[in-house]
Design a protein around this ligand. Structure first.
Ligand SMILES: Nc1ncnc2c1ncn2[C@@H]1O[C@H](COP(=O)(O)OP(=O)(O)O)[C@@H](O)[C@H]1O
Ligand SMILES: [Mg+2]
Length: 248
């Protein structure tokens, strides 16, 4: 499998706090990676840098061999990289279908995008996506009345409509109860496989990381603590990752 993402010595410091320290790794097309590590390890900072939300102080990122800065244009970037978050980023006042169609904004001209808030365009895309996530009956419901799990399904449907090559997910299930969380992770992992997408998601749960992902990158203090196939991660690895202080 060819390489799709390459990070070369990425560093980021907030005032005096080092969030990422010379981080390097690469990702092959179609890999699914869970990013784990204690609070403050740098997971969100890393995902935000990869999504161009933050700029690193040092280092380079290549997507399909081109520097990330080549994807400044939002439409061009949206075809490559899609983002999903803990707080779904949906417009609660709008019907479900409008939120799903927002995934197509990158393909539309400005006029059509504005019009879409009055007349849902390309409805078939949204219908298909909502079918896939099991929300066909909620097409015209106001998004804010849906449960947390349903709202995250709407966000997944929007991602299906966007259909980026890479999905970056920051704690996508942190606000859901365990049953709902597993539903969403199962769906996300399946979508990524079926659409041949590359997936990278930060997670609190080591159990879910091992169950739904192929590879686990553990961060601690802004550095890679381990980077292993999910099946090779042992309880001892996890215990030392989350240990508060190194023993003398
Ligand atoms: N905007 C910010 N200003 C100052 N420090 C920050 C900011 N965002 C994150 N940090 C610090 O950077 C480190 C990494 O944070 P973060 O990437 O959010 O970690 P994680 O997502 O793994 O919990 C932490 O020590 C955090 O306190
Ligand atoms: Mg975080």
């Amino acid at each position: 499998m060819p390489e799709i993402i390459s990070l070369n010595q990425i560093s980021k410091t907030y005032e005096r706090k080092i969030a990422l320290s010379s981080l390097s790794f690469s990702v092959n097309k179609g890999e699914s990676i869970a990013l784990i590590g204690p609070s403050g390890a740098g997971k969100t900072t890393l995902l935000n840098i990869m999504a161009s939300i933050l700029t690193p102080d040092e280092g380079e990122i290549f997507i399909d061999g081109s520097p990330l800065s080549d994807f400044k244009d939002q439409r061009k970037r949206a075809k490559k990289i899609g983002v999903i978050r803990q707080q779904f980023d949906l417009v609660g006042e709008l019907p479900v279908i409008h939120n799903v169609l927002a995934g197509r904004l990158s393909d539309w001209g400005v006029f059509k995008s504005l019009l879409s808030f009055l007349i849902p365009q390309d409805k078939q895309y949204a219908v298909k996506a909502l079918e896939r996530v099991g929300l066909m009956d909620k097409l015209y419901d106001r998004t804010s009345i849906l449960s947390g799990g349903e709202q995250q399904r709407v966000a997944l449907a929007r991602l299906l409509v966007q259909n980026p090559e890479i999905i970056l997910a920051d704690e996508p299930v942190a606000s859901l109860d365990p049953a709902r969380a597993e539903d969403i992770l199962d769906l996300l992992a399946n979508i990524a496989v079926e659409e041949k997408q590359t997936l990278m998601a930060s997670l609190h749960s080591v159990e879910y990381a091992k169950k739904y992902f192929d590879r686990i990158i553990a961060l601690k203090n802004g550095e890679i603590f381990f980077d292993l196939p999910a099946a090779s991660v042992t309880d001892a690895h996890i215990a030392s990752l989350y240990k508060l202080k190194e023993q003398a």
